[in-house]
Design a protein around this ligand. Structure first.
Ligand code: GLN
Length: 540
């Protein structure tokens, strides 16, 4: 059977939560037993977001096959079981890149290469590729980045218009808009929605469903008005009022609004009751926490709320699994030091996490934070750069390797405990040096990591250049640092744990990319439990 397609566009303003909405629709459809695939089409010209500043673009999400992708793929992962590989995120940069490469090869010889049809054909091809990943796919959700009316998204919208025209009855357009409440007028306003639908129609796309983001549920009168002015069937204007407690409520809200029924009716898919019990259970747990913990996250990009998206979610998953509420306090790593040691303001959390990052800024703050946690026996979780900080701190202050450093920070250090493999092996830079995607890791029996994972072999996703230098394994192990996880094939250290400490673990990979609310990651559950234990021990 040919899959059906649901295109999700956004209007009025950005940051409407299109990714979350698309992911939640995926969850509702999967609840009905449908097989869902999801694709994010991004209009920007970067080939991928890998080189973009997290301050601008938020987190870079990494897939198993090593694609550096838009953070919306993280939402798709957390809400659905859609296959997420590099075919799930396509940027205009990628599209132009392949068309231009073909042009240089002479594939279009004689032709004028143009946006229509060459760029639009390539976009349509990518949509089909995403659909073809699995022949049992029932429905492909295609989220279009940006806001309707942006110049740069025009080729994508044109491709979708053509795609839809070529497949009558198989495609739907859902337009997500914003219906603001004007305090002074004391009412909600539909005009921005009308205008953004007009813009969409002028491009040749007529929305089938209008989903209205709003502060509180819309009255039937307002929905009728939008339906009339936008020429959308009466029952096809639905609202997505702000969720109160957790984003994981969204599938339930959309289901209550009848989105599954609507999609099935319009696409002529068999409708059956969606089983959303896992989401109900999550919301129930969030609403009735038995206790709370506070985690301090010490990073470089903490002022941008999306820069550690998956990490914050994974921490929440751990808390939800244990029936706790979680407070996240963020600290800028370059501001936590006073006279060389951690400032009073840092103190008071039940545990600390140093996430991944790049570059020198805040490096010392991260090392000193690790020292503080080690000495005071406060739970510490180091992820990627956070593991490297743990290792360097331990080497300097416990193993007595005073000059220990990462060559990322000090390329001339005499004790390069963390360095590039090329430096360790004395070979010249080969380019494309980032270790990306899923790698196997063997866990040593009897270690803390083993008791957490409960199995000897795991797969976790990576995104880093620097590695622990095995020349220093023995001296650190003698001093009490255990290297409990290894990528066997190249003997690369994946996990380090401080012996005799209640919970001080660093991992070279990014476990946050593999955590779902319905399948919380064991490391995050264990870390949150350790924070609770710490809190209980301190409070007596
Ligand atoms: N900058 C470090 C490296 O490249 C860590 C990267 C990260 O934390 N993702 O190895």
């Amino acid at each position: 059977m040919q899959p059906k397609y649901l295109f999700v566009t956004g209007g009025v303003v950005s940051s409407l939560g299109k990714g979350l909405t698309t992911a939640s629709i995926g969850a509702v459809l999967e609840g009905m037993g449908l097989k869902v695939a999801i694709l994010k089409l991004d209009p920007y010209l970067n080939v991928d977001p890998g080189t973009m500043n997290p301050f601008q673009h938020g987190e870079v999400y990494v897939t198993d096959d090593g694609a550096e992708a838009d953070l919306d793929l993280g939402h798709y992962f957390r809400f659905t079981n859609a296959p997420l590989t590099r075919s799930a995120n396509v940027t205009s940069g990628q599209i132009y890149n392949s068309v231009l490469r073909r042009e240089r090869k002479g594939d279009y010889l004689g032709q004028t290469v143009q946006v229509i049809p060459h760029i639009t054909d390539e976009i349509k091809q990518r949509i089909l590729e995403c659909a073809r990943q699995d022949e049992t796919t029932d429905i492909v959700l295609v989220e279009i980045g940006g806001t309707v009316g942006d110049i740069e998204s025009l080729p994508i919208l044109e491709a979708i218009r053509q795609f839809r025209q070529q497949r009558p009855g198989e495609c739907l357009n859902l337009h997500l808009t914003y219906v603001p409440y004007l305090e002074a007028a004391g009412e909600v306003k539909t005009k921005p929605t009308q205008h953004s639908v007009q813009t969409l129609r002028s491009i040749g796309i007529i929305p089938d469903i209008i989903l209205c983001r709003c502060r509180t549920p819309l009255s039937q009168e307002i929905k009728d008005k939008i339906s009339l002015f936008c020429s959308v069937e009466r029952g096809a204007v639905i609202d997505a009022a702000d969720v109160k407690q957790t984003i994981y409520e969204l599938p339930l809200r959309l289901h209550e609004e009848g989105i599954d029924q609507l999609i099935c009716k319009l696409l002529k898919l068999q409708h059956c009751e969606s089983d959303l019990s896992p989401w109900k259970e999550i919301v129930r747990k969030v609403s009735h926490p038995t206790n709370s913990v506070t985690v301090g996250v010490i990073g470089k990009y903490v002022t941008h709320q999306d820069a550690y998206k998956s990490l914050y979610e994974a921490l929440n998953h751990g808390a939800i699994a244990l029936g706790l509420s979680l407070q996240i306090k963020t600290f800028e790593a370059d501001k936590v030091l006073k006279d060389g040691t951690v400032d009073e303001s840092l103190k008071g959390c039940d545990g600390y996490l140093v996430p991944g990052g790049f570059g020198e800024r805040g490096w010392l703050g991260k090392i000193e934070s690790a020292k503080y946690c080690r000495e005071k026996k406060i739970p510490y979780f180091g992820i990627c750069l956070g593991m490297q900080a743990l290792v360097i701190e331990f080497a300097r202050n416990v193993a007595g390797i005073k000059e220990a450093n990462s060559t990322e920070v000090d390329p001339t250090t005499h004790a390069p405990l963390i360095s590039l493999l090329s430096e360790q092996e004395g070979v010249a830079e080969l380019g494309g040096t980032m270790r990306l995607g899923a790698y196997p890791c063997l866990i040593e029996e009897g270690s803390r990591a083993y008791s957490i994972y409960g199995k000897p072999k795991i797969y976790e996703r990576h995104r880093h250049r620097y590695e622990f230098n095995n020349r220093y394994t023995d001296s650190l192990e003698r001093a009490g640092l255990k290297f409990s996880g290894l990528f066997e094939e190249r003997k690369l250290v994946e996990i380090a744990e401080v012996e005799g400490h209640p919970w001080m673990i660093g991992v070279q990979y990014h476990p946050e990319f593999l955590s779902k609310p319905t399948e919380p990651h064991p490391l995050f559950i264990s870390f949150v439990q350790a924070m609770l234990d710490y809190k209980t021990s301190v409070n007596g």
